[in-house]
Design a protein. Structure first.
Length: 162
């Protein structure tokens, strides 16, 4: 069977144009691109390998996830010994750190001393000063110093005799 131009969908007198696709060439060819990708992946892998796991975090960790883990753990455990570090975290540049720190302090002490994590720096400084005064006046008797934290409404309800 013989094909002519009309059977393949081209009108007579019009030549089909085929444009070759252009390939981007990297310096050094395709192998250089692969090597660059591997180098970037190795560098990122070594950077993340240097940071501690979030579950082993502390208040002084440069890794935000580790710091937040320490803050949340202190609040969950109602760890009164962490109150000074939590007060220090109220002055953080990171809004999430401030939010979790005040949440942990509320859970441990039952107080917030007017601290609002998204307030202006001046308002936050005033509230931090109130926290420091309250803590220094109460170092021996921090509310929530027992493992179970401040008394909750449900803890104070007494059962009535049947």
């Amino acid at each position: 069977m013989m094909l002519d131009m009309t059977t393949i969908g081209v009108r007579s007198g019009v030549r089909p144009t085929v444009r070759p696709t252009r390939r981007r060439r990297t310096a050094g060819g395709p192998a250089a691109g692969l090597l660059l990708g591997l180098a970037v992946a190795a560098a990122l892998g070594s950077i993340t390998a240097c940071t501690p796991a979030a579950s082993s975090g502390s208040f002084t960790s440069p890794d935000p996830a580790s710091k937040l883990y320490a803050i949340v753990r202190a609040g969950h455990e109602r760890d009164a010994s962490a109150v000074p570090q939590l007060i220090e975290q109220l002055n953080s540049d990171d809004q999430a750190v401030r939010m979790y720190a005040i949440g942990a302090l509320r859970r441990i002490t039952g107080q917030d001393h007017g601290f609002v994590y998204y307030a202006s720096p001046a308002k936050r400084e005033e509230a931090i000063a109130r926290w420091l005064r309250a803590y220094s006046a109460n170092t021996a008797n921090v509310p929530g110093a027992d493992r179970h934290g401040p008394a909750r409404k449900a803890d104070t309800v007494t059962a009535e005799a049947p």
